[in-house]
Design a protein around this ligand. Structure first.
Ligand code: F3S
Length: 108
């Protein structure tokens, strides 16, 4: 499955969600997660993300490996929060896009 990683935090551009053919994206307060049981590995979302937050699980940078479990857990937690269209990004998304070490800011 594909996995949303740290760069998405506080950006949530949602460009990814509008191209997903199986509606695998779930929305939290400041992050999106992909439901690994719905993702069909089609690769459509990857080039859409302006901050390059999405990776196939076997190509995730090491520092973000815990996002595999996070996407699994959060997509279940947010199972009633499907996101299928591009909506407005978060306030100051463009500024957050430049920042690193956003891990601890993820709101569940
Ligand atoms: Fe996040 Fe990128 Fe989608 S910032 S909402 S993974 S387009």
């Amino acid at each position: 499955a594909y996995v949303v990683a740290e760069p998405c935090i506080n950006c949530k551009y949602t460009h990814c969600a509008s191209v997903c053919p199986v509606d695998a994206f779930r929305e939290g307060p400041n992050f999106l997660a992909i439901d690994p049981f719905e993702c069909i590995d089609c690769d459509a979302c990857v080039p859409e993300c302006p901050v390059e937050a999405i990776y196939p699980d076997d190509e995730l940078p090491l520092e973000w490996e815990h996002y595999i479990d996070l996407n699994d857990r959060l997509s279940e937690q947010w199972m009633d929060h499907h996101v299928r269209e591009t909506t407005e990004a978060m306030e100051d998304a463009d500024e957050w896009a430049e920042k690193e070490d956003k891990d601890e800011l993820l709101v569940e």
